[in-house]
Design a protein around this ligand. Structure first.
Ligand SMILES: [Zn+2]
Length: 704
């Protein structure tokens, strides 16, 4: 017994020491390469593999640590010989006498069933062809170690050369250049990638699924591949519009060549965020796939530029810790905005800055302003305040010094880690200015410098004009008529025109109708969008104009217009439904689902097809569909009070979905449905036939 205790004690102390060391292990060990052969088994939601690491020992140690969550390790060897190790749910400790030396080799085998970090989409529906089977990963913050034994510490950068085994009828994309693919057997294929430069583990990624791709080449010869699902070929042009322009612009603006071997962009189903800048391998939400009409409403341009900017800011130079997170997000947001300025013009640039200044001022006024150096700051701070800080810094030091300073900073710290002071030192050197006041005002201070921001915004004549119109919100129409009329006269500015229309909301006078007519005639898609979304009561004098909105190149406009027209002109419902029957709308099928719903509640319209239309709507809740489609269908079924068994089951499953926003949506809706006796009974009955982990939330609501 005693012996056992001693053993336990000494074992614990080794582990504790190792854990402490782990905080600063980069001071003792320097990993050079990670060579991994990874076997992904999507049907089993399992991953296993063999990994070899080469490393240098800098300071004598008696243990070495590698992060690997909930993994089984076998065949662990150090420099070719079996070595003692221990592992827990977080990783593996290699126990040996490590003396300062170069060229050490650690090898191990591992297996895991990741519940996070690697996502297996729709493999439980082999019989449904429309269910997209995909595997994709999300490494940031510290998730790569859920599927690959690696380093949660961002300061440990290594060259990752990865190979994957995966079912051969799919495409597989990972970091680095694809060197070779070969069939291992009838059903499994091997993909071998090669990287040339070191990266932090959180940027390691893999995505697999049914994909085609389009190749584009940048001005300087970089290979850009734009991936898409085979059935989305018509969406490739609008979705990826300006990709090449953005790439060329950023390379020129930053002044340093794109640092990686290739650049792939892969849309995936049910991604956690808008996009993730894995090195050379951006993964983004499939909901950005759009046709030309949807492009005007919402598009991938901003995320496209943002993730590409990260390839320098974050991937090439990486924060030492989250205290310096704005060096990633502030830069990516700012450079995306510069790229958009190039594409959409200066008014767009100032409008975006104006919008974020309003949000930051509101946060600041509420007493919740955050310093950019607060590691726990919100996204609004890291992204938008970070972009503002760079906008102001550039104004202060001038274009030339700004670009020179950024370039020097990137060159000096390429493939290394950085702090805010590293950046400031380069900016001070390039500009010859003391930036301590800038640092205090924009980086350290928690309040937002609203007055200084407004001064900067007023360098744009457009912003001055916009603010003059916005200042009239409380003024009577009589007194501001000529100003609004001017705002709606050719050439109409998108934002000022929208503001003018929004000020007419609820007005029915002849003056208002005259201005609305001007707004309709402007043929400005955004001005007409504002009419569609804000005109609660359509005057008879404007009925014909309002009906013309159904032909606009905007799904937002059409959705709002269809609903308002259907609501206010019952005699014409048939005509409106006939006119819009072939429209689908965005990724979430916004027009189609509205159409089905209106159809179902329009008496005497295609009543013989009601059952079919209802089933189509209910089927959009199918578990294998993208969550944005399911969510939209849930909301219509809720309004109709018409959930069937399979949509209720889909809702129960949704309460455990990996995407936070959808999971929350489902939980709230489920709580709402439980208030209804009939639904409550059905939900409880259904949950009896479902797996326990799927019904955890429902049970907590019933018993709690
Ligand atoms: Zn970002």
């Amino acid at each position: 017994m005693r012996k056992y205790l001693i053993f336990l004690f000494s074992f614990c102390s080794v582990v504790l020491m190792a854990q402490e060391q782990n905080l600063s292990q980069t001071g003792y060990f320097d990993f050079k390469t990670v060579n991994a052969h990874v076997r992904i088994q999507p049907l089993e939601k399992a991953v296993s593999g063999k990994v070899s690491y080469t490393f240098e020992v800098l300071v004598q140690q008696d243990s070495l640590y590698i992060d690997g969550r909930n993994m089984q390790f076998t065949d662990v060897s150090l420099n070719g010989e079996a070595v003692k190790f221990s592992s827990d749910e977080k990783g593996i400790y290699i126990l040996s006498e490590f003396l300062p030396s170069e060229n050490n080799l650690l090898e191990l085998n591992y297996s895991a069933k990741p519940t996070t970090g690697m996502y297996f989409i729709n493999w439980e529906f082999p019989e449904i062809d429309d269910a997209q089977k995909q595997v994709w990963t999300q490494g940031q913050g510290k998730y790569t170690s859920n599927w690959l034994p690696s380093f949660d510490d961002m300061e440990e950068k290594a060259e990752f050369d990865l190979s994957f085994e995966f079912p051969s009828k799919f495409q597989l994309i990972s970091n680095g250049e694809l060197k070779n693919t070969e069939n291992i057997n009838d059903s499994t294929r091997l993909w071998q990638f090669d990287m040339e430069k070191p990266i932090s583990s959180y940027l390691v990624a893999v995505a697999a699924g049914k994909y085609d791709f389009k190749k584009v080449q940048s001005e300087t010869g970089d290979l850009i591949r734009l991936y898409y699902k085979p059935e989305d070929s018509l969406k490739v042009e609008p979705t990826y519009r300006y990709s090449r322009e953005i790439f060329n612009f950023l390379e020129n603006e930053i002044g340093l060549a794109y640092p990686w071997q290739k650049y792939d962009q892969i849309p995936v189903q049910d991604f956690l965020y808008g996009g993730m800048e894995n090195t050379g391998t951006t993964i983004f939400s499939g909901s950005f796939m759009t046709d030309s009409t949807g492009f005007k409403d919402r598009n991938y341009v901003n995320v496209n530029a943002h993730e590409l900017a990260h390839q320098w800011f974050g991937n090439l130079v990486t924060e030492v810790s989250s205290k310096h997170h704005w060096l990633h997000e502030g830069f990516a947001t700012y450079y995306a905005l510069l790229a958009e300025k190039e594409i959409f013009g200066e008014d767009y640039y100032y409008w975006k800055l104006y919008e974020s200044a309003e949000q930051l001022k509101a946060l600041s006024d509420s007493g919740k302003g955050e310093s950019l150096l607060n590691p726990k700051a919100s996204s609004l701070t890291f992204y938008q305040k970070g972009a503002w800080a760079l906008h102001i810094l550039r104004e202060r030091v001038g274009d030339e010094a700004f670009r020179q300073g950024v370039k020097n900073y990137l060159e000096l710290y390429s493939f290394k880690n950085v702090t805010t002071d590293n950046l400031l030192a380069e900016m001070e050197a390039a500009s010859g200015q003391d930036l301590s006041q800038f640092k205090a005002d924009w980086l350290e201070q928690s309040a937002f410098k609203a007055t200084q921001s407004l001064e900067s915004l007023k360098k744009s004549e457009f912003i001055i004009n916009y603010l003059n119109i916005a200042a009239l919100r409380e003024t009577s129409l009589d007194q501001k008529y000529e100003y609004l009329e001017k705002a709606l006269s050719f050439p109409v500015n998108d934002y000022i025109g929208q503001e003018a229309v929004l000020q007419l909301a609820g007005l029915q006078s002849q003056q208002a109708i005259n201005l609305y007519k001007k707004a309709f005639e402007s043929n400005n898609i955004f001005v007409r969008q504002a009419i569609s979304s804000s005109m609660d009561v359509i005057p008879n004098d404007l009925k014909a104009e309002f009906e013309s909105l159904l032909d606009d190149e905007s799904y937002l406009t059409i959705e709002a217009a269809l609903f308002r027209l259907w609501e206010q002109f019952p005699a014409d419902r048939t005509a409106y439904l006939d006119q819009t029957r072939d429209l689908v709308g965005f990724y979430n099928k916004n027009i189609r689902m509205l159409w089905l719903t209106l159809n179902l509640v329009t008496p005497d319209y295609e009543t013989e097809l009601n059952q079919q239309y209802y089933e189509e709507l209910a089927d959009y809740t199918d578990i294998w569909r993208p969550f944005k489609v399911r969510e939209n269908a849930f909301s219509y079924l809720f309004q109709l009070g018409a959930f069937n068994k399979s949509s209720l089951q889909s809702l129960i499953k949704g309460t455990g979905h990996h995407t936070y926003s959808f999971r929350n949506y489902c939980r709230q809706l489920l709580s709402e449905l439980l208030k209804n006796e009939q639904y409550r009974k059905e939900l409880i009955e259904l949950s009896g036939n479902m797996a326990e982990e799927e019904t955890a939330y429902l049970r907590s609501k019933i018993t709690g």
